[in-house]
Ligand binder design. Structure first.
Ligand code: DGL
Length: 265
């Protein structure tokens, strides 16, 4: 199975696109809704929570896991790959979503990024984009209120908050030709971002990018393909036991789902 981990609902936007591109695989999704948002936590906490999520997904049969969360990809991926995997799960993989997204910035000039506080302060996007496009200028905007709004389904606050963040980003530069929604939750409200961004600006949300890159990765690593198929299953897990989470998961995913509640430690 291919596993997806996020602090909450955001990774569903990645899973949705991956399924379209790779319909014959089996998927297991885990959202740590009970402990979201991760974006304001310390690096150590984000690592600890991500590691627990990854361990749980491996235990339930995942062989390859996508950290469908920019914050976990920024704060936990390298340590998972260097310290945890070789010792605990040699032969299994955990992949992130920052580098695949940065790679798509070849050919852009001025890039604006909306992301969580943790992702912005890590400067991971600046570092990775400069490898693929050293000429690109990158402007970042942290959006700390957005994940809590989306997780709570408080949509009445959404427009004014997105408008404010868009304004703050464009005060840093007006000449942006590309925008990255660098938090998977933000793809859920992409339409709202579009309302407050200049017409015609290219918005990169990560679902399609990750789907394309994962397909290429599996073509280069055929040894994984058979292990990951196992009969087209889909399993959805959350750490929060509430009807509200069930309803929002279905709304954001766009389909009825059986959501199982688990605990992580
Ligand atoms: N979806 C996560 C991301 O891509 C949100 C992080 C959070 O919980 O703050 O960064």
């Amino acid at each position: 199975m291919i596993g997806f981990f996020d602090s909450g609902f955001g990774g569903l936007t990645i899973l949705k696109e991956v399924e379209k591109a790779l319909p014959n695989y089996s998927y297991i999704y885990l959202g740590d809704n009970a402990r979201t948002p991760y974006g304001n936590l310390s690096q150590e906490k984000i690592y600890q929570y991500t590691c627990q999520g990854v361990e749980e997904l491996f235990r339930r049969g995942a062989n390859l896991i996508i950290l469908a969360c920019n914050t976990s990809s920024t704060m936990a991926l390298r340590r998972l790959q260097q310290e945890y995997l070789p010792d605990k799960h040699p032969g299994k993989k955990v992949l992130g979503i920052i580098i695949p997204t940065a790679e798509e910035m070849i050919g852009t000039r001025n890039v604006g990024i909306f992301a969580t506080e943790a992702t912005v302060s890590s400067c991971a996007y600046l570092a990775e984009i400069s490898k693929f496009n050293p000429q690109a200028k990158v402007f970042q905007q942290a959006c700390p209120l957005l994940v809590p709004i989306i997780e709570a389904g408080n949509f009445e606050q959404l427009d004014s908050v997105v408008q404010e963040y868009a304004q703050e980003l464009f005060e840093k530069s007006i000449s942006m030709d590309a925008i990255i929604l660098g938090c998977t939750h933000y793809a859920i409200v992409e339409k709202t971002f579009r309302k407050y961004l200049p017409d015609g600006i290219k918005i990169f949300s990560q679902g399609e990018i990750v789907a394309k890159k994962l397909k290429e990765y599996l073509d280069r690593h055929p040894e994984f393909k058979d292990k990951l198929k196992e009969g087209g299953k889909k399993i959805f897990l959350t750490t929060e036991n509430s009807p509200h989470v069930q309803a929002l998961a279905e709304l954001f995913y766009g389909e009825k789902i059986d959501l199982f509640v688990i605990s992580l430690s």
